[in-house]
Design a protein around this ligand. Structure first.
Ligand code: FES
Ligand code: MG
Length: 586
């Protein structure tokens, strides 16, 4: 226990042991007694620990938490607590239409209500699939009761004909193979399904592995917890240890705001570069920081993260998968490499009551094909470059996924090696893109830049992961795969395409992308962080007036009440896509 605090009065006593309000106490008691708990237990002064259950049949990535919760309960009981498990609004990345990101803030809101309104002294957050991690951490941040996260763990490695197939990532390759006529539809499905061989979240360094790793770096999980594959016995053991620990956290009154400090976020930014983390990480971490009242901006990502090298060799940036990551040492091994360079704020506190420095010091790399030592990285400068210009105020690009083909085609001018110009091809949402990408009339060539707009938090409610666009069939057949892409939406963390993402403000919020037309020339300067359409200001003004006369950039109608509610109050991607009115509640 790193800090001494007076033993808190348990908040659950206001429900179960409130002498000032005997009527309500009796009513609370009788209903929680009726599934087997006893009055003696509920009035024993033992911490009541919620288990926020994100697993269900609708959420296969997190479904294994239903099993793990049994071990969490045993840990809680053994440490002297009482477990109460309850469901969290499901968020399944691959199942929810129009996009799972729409539900991050809904799950956040509903979990805040549960944590605030029920007799819980602490909570175990069962995290895993992409948005479940930020949604649960954000809610714990707002209510600020002792909380500990437990990853469900990645799936086992996928295999196909002797090669690793990574979940999410393989679909991009499979699509290209099918477009090129090398596999048929049955082969396509078989190849894609091979990547998901067991329970657990995506085994690639997609948004799930990223966010689970960062939840550990932020200090919210026990050390080594993030990378253990879901079906391994170690995962069961971690569930038990997590249950044990949360009870002590309640006694110590160790809260999310004690742990998730700015220092912890800077650590997370640096580790995100070293692991090759998802471009969704800045959205979720910036949002989480806002709910905590921690000052964090997109510029911090470039300032602290850009120059950190890529150490983890996981798909999509590299070769390996989740099981390999665990066997190579997982998060502690990566943190220890960065600590050796003075890149970690070692005093940042974690859920076990010790600092991240104490937890990770000496953690060895067990397989240096998978986790590289700091002086033998896979790539240098693996973080994000922040771009600005007359098309948007902020967007990010993951420079580490720029491949040789892209480099040679776009970045080969010796006098201007990090800049290029191209003809804009503009799509309004994924449906428009799918309908027209192969249309020869667009005459897309290898120097074009593909734009996707109308896919931000308002335009495509929740912001779609569609900015990673493939080249048209006629270019794929010529061996041209990666065209430069820019958009106001997101990109799947499992995509390796070199895209400029998360452009804010989005077209639907009056951003400059709304003014762009197919055929315009654009200039991208990665060195100086600029992206501009090469048009005089007068022409942009004229287009803006014309757009405003039409009532602004049109987006599809609301399909559900939540879509309408969120569209009215949601922040842009650079500001974490949070619900603005929720930020002030701390
Ligand atoms: Fe759930 Fe990837 S789809 S973790
Ligand atoms: Mg995704």
């Amino acid at each position: 226990m790193s800090k001494e605090k007076a033993k808190p009065v348990l908040r659950s006593q206001a429900w179960f042991d409130n002498e000032g309000n005997p009527d309500m106490t009796a009513l609370y008691l009788e209903r929680y007694l009726n599934f087997g708990l006893s009055q003696q237990e509920l009035q024993s002064g033992k911490p009541i620990i919620g288990i926020a259950q994100t697993g269900s049949d609708l959420s296969p990535c997190n479904r294994h938490h239903i099993e793990l919760a049994k071990r969490v309960r045993e840990g809680i009981r053994e440490a002297g607590g009482i477990a109460i498990e309850f469901p969290v609004h499901p968020i399944q990345e691959t199942g929810k239409r129009p996009t799972a990101a729409l539900d991050r803030n809904l799950a956040y809101l509903s979990l805040v209500e549960v944590l605030y309104g029920y007799p819980l002294d602490g909570v175990v957050l069962t995290i895993g699939c992409d948005k479940t991690t930020p949604a649960l951490l954000m809610a714990a941040a707002t209510v600020n009761i002792p909380a500990i996260a437990l990853s469900v763990g990645p799936m086992l490695n996928g295999w196909f004909r002797g090669e690793r197939t990574g979940s999410g990532t393989i679909v991009w390759k499979a699509r290209e193979l099918m477009a090129a006529g090398e596999i048929d539809y049955a082969g396509f499905v078989k190849l894609v399904a091979s990547s998901a061989p067991s329970t657990g979240y995506c085994n690639t360094m997609g948004t799930a592995t990223t966010m689970n790793s960062l939840a550990e770096v932020l200090g919210m999980q026990l050390p080594s917890s993030a990378a253990i594959p879901a079906p391994y016995r170690d995962r069961q053991e971690m569930a038990y240890l997590t249950g044990l620990r949360i009870v002590d956290m309640v006694h110590e009154d160790l809260k999310p705001t004690d742990i998730m400090t700015r220092d912890a976020f800077i650590n997370a930014i640096r580790v995100n570069s070293a692991i090759g983390g998802s471009t969704n990480a800045p959205i979720h971490l910036n949002g989480l920081a806002r709910h905590l009242g921690v000052d964090l901006s997109l510029d911090d990502w470039q300032a602290y993260g850009e120059e950190v090298p890529l150490l983890v060799n996981l798909q999509p940036a590299g070769e390996y998968l989740g099981e390999d990551y665990y066997h190579a040492g997982g998060v502690p091994a990566v943190v220890n490499q960065l600590m050796g360079q003075g890149l970690i704020n070692e005093d940042a506190l974690t859920v076990n009551g010790r600092s991240i420095g104490d937890n990770c010091r000496g953690a060895l790399i067990e397989d240096d094909r998978v986790i590289r030592p700091y002086d033998k990285p896979l790539k240098n400068n693996a973080g994000f470059r922040v771009l600005k210009g007359n098309l948007f105020d902020a967007a990010i690009m993951k420079l580490s996924v720029i491949d040789e083909e892209f480099r040679q085609r776009y970045l080969s001018n010796p006098s201007d090696p990090m800049a290029f110009e191209g003809r804009a091809i503009v799509f309004d949402g994924p449906e428009d893109y799918h309908a027209r990408i192969d249309d020869p009339a667009l005459d897309i060539d290898e120097n074009c830049v593909l734009f996707m707009r109308g896919v931000g938090p308002i335009g495509y409610p929740g912001a779609a992961e569609v900015v990673n666009m493939r080249a048209p069939d006629y270019l794929l057949k010529r061996g041209i795969h990666s065209l430069a892409c820019i958009g106001d939406g997101r990109q799947s963390g499992t995509s390796g395409s070199p895209s400029i993402l998360n452009a804010s403000p989005e077209a639907a919020a009056g951003g400059g992308l709304a003014l762009l037309e197919t055929g315009d020339r654009v200039r991208i300067d990665l060195k100086n962080g600029r992206a501009d359409v090469l048009l005089p200001d007068e022409e942009l003004d004229r287009r803006r007036k014309e757009l405003e006369a039409k009532g602004g950039y049109a987006y599809p109608p609301h399909q559900t009440p939540w879509q309408e509610i969120q569209r009215g109050i949601v922040a842009q991607l650079d500001a974490g896509m949070v619900l603005e009115p929720a930020v002030k509640y701390r």
